[in-house]
Design a protein around this ligand. Structure first.
Ligand code: NAG
Ligand code: NAG
Ligand code: NAG
Ligand code: NAG
Length: 335
């Protein structure tokens, strides 16, 4: 009986996941139009993501167009590379350097649906994931190096002392840790820990903080972020560690960012946004905005688009388009 029900349901499920009909026209992966769609998608993703780093387009893997102008639906598959600009950085993506292979790159992979309406692209659905490049590429250049999980005790310690050094060198605002982005440990005669993290201005002055006031990240118009890199080196046998820190406090600030309420504890403030034990900020776990999973509206628009395939303006069936080679994937932009 159960089997019968399952069998009876099968055709329904099938039709629900049926792929879109034949593409209505061929767009190749390196056509200007494909890059226009990809750039709109990357822009959408970067502006909706508030954790980790921005991603840049590396290659258009595949692209399909359904529907008829003026309203068409584009399905694109993109290969991305993580850049060194934190998501909260105001630097435009075109000016963000991608992370080089020596640092163990992060590759992103996105399936995106866009609507093209009268020449304008709008994202209607997006799904992404990302992963670290193999460790060999890093070890080739730095045999004793390894990336550490973002909650690794050495990483957290290096961030603490780096941020502390930055705060003591600054006689005005007191900055809190917003997010740890990366941690690399190089062991050997000296042990060196390199970290990257994002800081946020708090409502405390340095004096407030020193007298134990509760400090929270400024939000709204007062929100103020910056990016830091710190390096903490301890030579074998040495009592002290050398701390070098460099922070760039952004002049312009991103739009609304969820406030991480961090009670002021002198060292090791807890983090809010990191999926612990991860080595990087995986796209799969970050919110990419309201269309982050294939939403109903995405499906509906896609359905509308495919419906349009079947009819010409006069309401008659359109013959299948003449065969034209579909040239994909496109070329790699970076490596
Ligand atoms: C389509 O775009 C053109 C040029 O951008 C504009 O002049 C026109 O008003 C638009 N049409 C509609 C229906 O939005
Ligand atoms: C102190 O913070 C300001 C921003 O509030 C920043 O521009 C400046 O570089 C910091 N000073 C030091 C010594 O780090
Ligand atoms: C910062 O804001 C928190 C929460 O609103 C408040 O408890 C604290 O007293 C404020 N700190 C200062 C120095 O004003
Ligand atoms: C890091 O987080 C993972 C998962 O939450 C946990 O199992 C691990 O013990 C944490 N490591 C440290 C050093 O806190």
């Amino acid at each position: 009986m159960k089997l019968l029900i399952v069998l009876a349901l099968l055709p329904l499920c099938r039709s629900a996941v049926l792929p879109l009909p034949q593409p209505s026209r061929v767009v190749n992966c390196d056509d200007a139009e494909a890059h226009e769609a990809a750039n709109a998608a990357v822009q959408y993703m970067n502006s909706n993501r508030k954790t980790g780093y921005k991603f840049a387009l590396n290659r258009i893997e595949d692209i399909f167009v359904h529907g008829l102008a003026p309203v068409e639906v584009f399905t694109v598959e993109l290969d991305l590379l993580e850049t060194k600009c934190p998501s909260l950085s105001p630097t435009p993506i075109e000016q963000c350097p991608v992370r080089p292979v020596v640092e163990r790159a992060v590759e992103g992979d996105c399936d995106i649906k866009l609507k093209k309406d009268n020449g304008t692209f709008t994202v209607i659905g997006i799904r992404c994931k990302s992963e670290l490049d193999s460790v060999e590429n890093m070890l080739k250049f730095c045999p004793n190096c390894q990336l550490a999980p973002l909650n690794d005790t050495q990483v957290v310690h290096a961030v603490d002392v780096s941020l502390h050094k930055f705060n003591t060198g600054n006689n005005t605002a007191f900055y809190l840790l917003h997010e740890i982005g990366r941690g690399k440990i190089q062991s050997g005669i000296s042990n060196s820990v390199d970290v990257e993290f994002v800081i946020a201005a708090s409502n405390c002055s340095i004096d407030d903080a020193n007298s134990g006031a509760a400090c929270v990240e400024n939000s709204g118009a007062g929100a103020h972020f910056g990016a830091c890199s710190g390096s903490v080196v301890k030579n074998q046998g040495a009592a002290d560690e050398d701390v070098v820190v460099q922070c760039a406090v952004y002049e312009t600030q991103p739009g609304n960012v969820e406030q991480a309420v961090v009670p002021h504890v002198p060292l090791a403030p807890p983090q809010t946004n990191v999926v612990k034990s991860h080595f990087h900020h995986n796209l799969h776990y970050s919110s990419l905005g309201p269309l982050s999973s294939e939403s109903n509206s995405a499906e509906q628009l896609a359905a509308q688009g495919s419906h349009a395939v079947k009819r010409s303006l006069t309401g008659q069936s359109v013959p299948p388009s003449a065969p034209r080679l579909h040239l994909c994937p496109g070329r790699k932009i970076h490596y």
